[in-house]
Design a binder for this molecule. Structure first.
Ligand code: ADP
Ligand code: MG
Length: 240
């Protein structure tokens, strides 16, 4: 579903992604962790080409993102993205936030888009918030709306960039629970997170990045119980 072949990216002099080779299968749940500034956000932003690369190749669902005729609109419809900051439209209700892209991009009928939005609000456990504005919701509720909004495009892949980092502790689990449900339903997911409980429980693979490099990649059991590199050990000793 996602393939990186010897990917390099620079921001000016900064070699932010260095020789990244990575294959993610359909239905796989991959957690990416690593210190701040190691290139995690840049890496997942490359998957829907929010960031161009300078060397190597990225293929997403059989589309070569470097091809001159790559259809970015299609790509971004297929790849949902949930950020640390929820980025909901403040002047729109929850229902309007969720139906906007299905109406505009998928050209769905209003009736179908609203039925879908209501079903997704059930799924993220806030069916009663359809008419609320983002400012009337808690952070955890806003993030669940953001997930529902991503799912409304019926994506093949969901990307999460530290989706719980801006939340108060008591709201983290309500967001992780939704992500766990998605994972169990077979969604292909790439999650940048330091929630190691989530990684242990539902991920198929954990990737550790440092200094723009993919340092270690393993099953969660091996990653946590038997980390290979010194840098991974040091990182885990700080966060566990
Ligand atoms: P992480 O998500 O692991 O914290 P990022 O991918 O956000 O790391 O950033 C990796 C490095 O690239 C950092 O040193 C950051 O300052 C730098 N960086 C990120 N975005 C830009 C940008 N648009 N322009 C220049 N440097 C950037
Ligand atoms: Mg980041």
């Amino acid at each position: 579903m996602i393939e990186f072949e010897h990917v390099h990216k620079w921001f000016g002099e900064l070699h932010v992604l260095s020789d990244i080779t990575l294959t993610i299968q359909k239905g796989e749940v991959v957690v990416i962790c690593g210190p701040s500034g190691s290139g995690k956000s840049t890496l997942i932003r490359c998957i829907n080409r929010l960031e161009p690369i300078q060397r190597g190749r990225i293929v997403v669902d059989s589309q070569d993102l470097g091809a001159p005729d790559v259809n970015l609109k299609m790509l971004r419809a297929e790849v949902g993205f949930v950020f640390q900051q929820f980025n909901l439209y403040p002047h729109m209700t929850v229902l309007e936030n969720i139906t906007l892209a299905p109406l505009m991009v998928r050209k769905m009928s209003r009736r179908n888009a609203e039925d879908l939005a209501m079903a997704l609000l059930e799924k993220v456990n806030i069916p009663d918030k359809a008419g609320a504005y983002p400012a009337q919701l808690s952070g955890g509720q806003q993030q669940r709306v953001a997930i529902a909004r991503g799912l409304a495009m019926k994506p093949k892949i969901m990307l999460f960039d530290e989706p719980t980092s801006a939340l108060d502790p008591e709201m983290i689990n309500e967001v992780l629970d939704v992500m766990k449900t998605l994972a169990r339903e077979g969604m292909t997911m790439v999650c940048v997170t330091h929630e190691m409980g989530f990684a242990r429980e539902v991920s198929d693979r954990v990737i550790f990045m440092d200094g723009g490099k993919l340092v270690e990649e393993n099953s969660p059991e091996e990653f946590f119980n038997n980390p290979q590199s010194e840098r991974t050990k040091e990182f885990l000793s700080k966060i566990l």
